[in-house]
Design a protein around this ligand. Structure first.
Ligand SMILES: [Mg+2]
Length: 224
């Protein structure tokens, strides 16, 4: 229906970031502490809520391990692992999740938008790589809001931009669900079968009023 907007979170929803952002957290922690953290450990922190920002999450883990280092130093190292020399960074390990045609079909029925915890330029790099022809508009990044998720600000901003159209938000974390709830926007959860804490995540998303929890966005048309 024209006038309806389908808003996507990016990481874990449009893009599989297990080998990119999640691995960058692991390498950054190891760089400063010599400690190995598991993907399960990272997911437990994500499930606890409040750790949507991967820089802040990395900094927290490093400090929890007793290493005092400036936030900015952590961010710089994180970005170095993530982008590398522009050709070999972990960002290139991302995988686009939508099967060919899915987003084109959805785009014919809905206006497509993005609300992500990434910087808008970092989101754009990935969109340019995988989704050049898809009209995501608007794309709201973490630098477009004062209060990131779980605050509702990004979704309310999209509501303003799209003239009060009916919105739905598709996300994969507790903070995504809380942001939607606070904005009064129906939420569709994604819990990948590969997620090391899937059961717990499903329970948490349902407790935050998810209207459905799917394995991935390729199942989305079954609940719209
Ligand atoms: Mg996400």
């Amino acid at each position: 229906m024209p006038g309806e907007v389908l808003i996507f979170d990016m990481d874990g929803v449009l893009v599989d970031v297990t080998a990119s952002y999640r691995e960058t957290i692991r390498r950054t922690v190891q760089y400063f502490t010599d400690r190995e953290v598991s993907h399960e450990f990272i997911q437990d922190l994500k499930n606890a809520g409040g750790w949507n920002n991967d820089w802040a999450l990395s900094h927290k883990i490093i400090r929890d391990y007793g290493v005092e280092v400036d936030y900015d130093t952590v961010v710089t190292q994180f970005q170095t692992f993530f982008f590398g020399d522009g050709k070999d960074g972990l960002i290139f390990q991302e995988r686009w999740i939508a099967k060919p045609g899915l987003l084109e079909r959805l785009g014919a029925r809905y206006r497509l938008a993005i609300f992500t915890g990434r910087l808008r330029d970092e989101a754009q790099v990935t969109l340019d790589r995988f989704a050049k022809t898809l009209p995501f508009d608007p794309v709201v990044g973490t630098d477009d809001v004062v209060h990131g998720k779980p605050a509702p600000e990004g979704l309310l901003k999209i509501s303003d931009i799209t003239g009060g159209a009916r919105l739905r938000y598709v996300g994969d974390t507790v903070d995504d669900a809380r942001s939607a709830r606070a904005a009064g926007v129906p939420f569709i959860g994604i819990a990948s079968p590969d997620n090391p804490r899937r059961e717990r995540l499903v329970t948490l998303l349902e407790a935050e009023n998810a209207v459905a929890v799917l394995n991935d966005i390729n199942d989305l048309e079954s609940v719209l």
